[in-house]
Design a protein around this ligand. Structure first.
Ligand SMILES: Nc1ncnc2c1ncn2[C@@H]1O[C@H](COP(=O)(O)OP(=O)(O)OP(=O)(O)O)[C@@H](O)[C@H]1O
Length: 549
């Protein structure tokens, strides 16, 4: 095969005439195909319809009607015609498309005609996909199956299967490893690994790490090449037309000429929530309203979105894929001018797992679904197409293993900090050590409150504010709250794990570590309980050992 034929046939094998990220729809449905078949083989449309209802496949109908056994087409002829069909547009384009299809069917053998019709209708169904084709490339162009893994890696960066086939045909295995990110050709997204326990985050990425908010929307890779701005989905489809608001915001807020950004588009209203400068996030379901071809502009108002960028892959002619994450993040911060629609993914950098836990709880409070922990290591490259151990996801559902409720006494309150300034903050809560008749801190609850809950709690606590720690309360200095309250108000809290903690005093005795409740969530105020009716240390210990309370 000639080089050009190799490229074209790579697309045709997958029932297409180009890579997914280019607009490759031919604009022919059953109705037009039926007309073209009738025209090509000089039978009535009724006849084609009758046969179609019997076989259920217009490709088979074309095969039956075609008498041209000895005819044969070259690949470039087929490919050229399909391209012409795609490009016919505007007034009279339907007739033009039908005429072009008719004409190529007349020149085709029965088998060729059958497959052309199927390709045109997007129903080739050869029974294999791109992964299979990559294995075939390994054998065909390197003579050895052992290159499959490398070819698949290259395909994550060079996502145009035709281009990949052409390079391999030309250079063999030497082509591998030399592909780079290119404007207009999205790379496959880097994905995050999942861990089983919160501690595993520390085992996998020890020491200093970043925790970023995890946005539950649509992954987007934005390519800006001067005036031309394109958005690609995780499946590498061109989704530019769906998000005119995002594209406009990029035009205004991203000043670099040539740049590729990775992020998540999410349904979001800036400053939507009173007292919260971070705005309000909405569900993935709501974002899906934006998946439409018509009335796109109207829906930008019905469902406003924002994009949160968390990575940069390319800048002014240079690939950044191999640079470590901290460097990429610094470059990203330099090039994104935040606005109502453009944001940087919020994050903290720390080596303290408890701070990450707080950050996670705050994310849930904002109705986000979790966090992504990212390695700050020197080798933390952008691993296109890979589920990488440099990125770990931790979601609300992973944290909800135990789901037990506890009645806890409030002994202090923290104000909202940073972005949460002015908002409710969190409550320091204690269990009762029955033997010592002492309240020992067990958890800090910052999520699950409605605005009404927060108001009610504030007003109830206001009567119990004291200036120092009472004798019957044991608090570590690192956990000191902004306001102390005497144990009086009891709340019911849902929690999912009891762990050893250097910050809490529950059951610590002479030792240094106490017990703590992880991922607590406020359920309700227990007006019916007093501070001496709450969950006790004995109950917590039993629960930790797997016995029920
Ligand atoms: N800050 C962030 N960093 C990286 N990815 C993020 C971030 N925020 C949101 N995401 C999204 O979260 C996805 C991973 O989360 P989740 O497990 O919910 O998605 P999934 O589609 O079920 O799984 P996956 O994407 O890992 O196959 C990423 O693919 C990305 O689209």
């Amino acid at each position: 095969m000639e080089r050009k034929e190799i490229k074209d046939s790579a697309y045709l094998f997958l029932g297409s005439i180009g890579p997914a990220f280019e607009n490759i729809t031919l604009g022919i449905g059953d109705k037009l195909a039926l007309k073209a078949i009738a025209g090509a083989y000089r039978v009535s449309e009724e006849e084609v319809k009758k046969r179609y209802s019997r076989t259920g496949d217009l490709g088979d109908v074309a095969f039956e009607l075609n008498q041209g056994e000895e005819k044969s087409l070259a690949i470039d002829e087929v490919f050229g015609s399909l391209k012409e069909i795609k490009e016919a547009s505007g007034k009279g384009s339907q007739e033009e498309k039908t005429g072009l299809l008719s004409s190529i069917l007349q020149r085709a053998s029965p088998k060729e005609g059958k497959y052309i019709v199927r390709i045109v209708l997007g129903k080739l169904r050869l029974g294999f996909g791109d992964q299979f084709l990559l294995e075939a490339f390994s054998i065909a162009f390197t003579g050895d199956k052992k290159y499959v893994v490398k070819i698949k890696e290259s395909y994550s960066v060079c996502t145009d299967i035709g281009e990949l086939a052409e390079s391999l045909a030309e250079q063999g295995p030497k082509a591998l490893g030399h592909f780079s990110i290119k404007l207009g050709r999205p790379v496959r997204s880097m994905l995050a690994q999942r861990v089983k326990t919160f501690e595993e985050l520390e085992e996998r990425i020890p020491g200093k790490k970043a925790a970023e908010e995890k946005y539950d929307g649509e992954r987007v890779q934005i390519h800006k090449n001067g005036e031309e701005i394109k958005a690609f989905s995780r499946r590498l489809e061109d989704i530019t037309a769906q998000y005119p608001d995002v594209i406009e915001a990029v035009r205004k807020g991203i000043l670099a000429k040539k740049i590729v950004l990775d992020g998540e588009i999410i349904a979001y209203v800036e400053g939507g929530k009173a007292n919260d400068s971070t705005g309000e996030f909405y569900s993935f379901q709501r974002l899906m309203k934006r998946r439409r071809k018509y009335e796109v502009q109207k829906y930008t108002e019905i469902c406003p979105v924002a994009v949160f960028f968390f990575d940069i892959l390319y800048l002014e002619g240079n690939s950044l894929l191999k640079k470590p994450y901290p460097e990429r993040r610094a470059i990203l911060e330099e090039h994104v001018k935040e606005s109502e629609i453009l944001h940087l993914a919020r994050r903290i950098v720390t080596d303290n797992l408890e701070e990450i836990e707080d950050f996670f709880n705050e994310a849930l409070e904002k109705r986000l679904e979790g966090i992504i922990i990212k390695s700050m290591g020197r080798n933390s490259a952008y691993e296109a197409g890979k589920r990488s151990w440099f990125w770990l996801k931790w979601k609300e559902e992973y944290a909800s293993g135990m789901r037990e409720t506890f009645d806890l006494a409030i002994i202090g309150k923290y104000y909202g900090r940073g972005k949460r300034k002015g908002s409710f903050g969190a409550l320091l809560c204690a269990i009762l050590n029955g033997e010592e008749q002492r309240f020992e801190t067990f958890t800090k609850v910052g999520t699950g409150f409605t605005e009404a809950d927060a108001k009610e709690i504030d007003s109830l606590l206001s009567e119990h504010i004291i200036s120092e720690v009472p004798k019957n309360v044991l608090i570590k200095s690192r956990m000191l709250p902004d306001i102390f309250v005497e144990p009086s108000l009891v709340i019911e809290v849902l929690g999912s794990e009891i762990t050893e903690s250097p910050s809490h005093t529950a059951g610590q005795g002479e030792g240094d570590t106490g017990l703590a409740l992880r991922f607590p969530r406020f359920l309700r105020i227990r007006h019916d309980k007093g501070p001496y009716d709450i969950t006790t240390l004995t109950e917590v210990r039993n629960l930790k050992e797997g016995k029920s309370i």
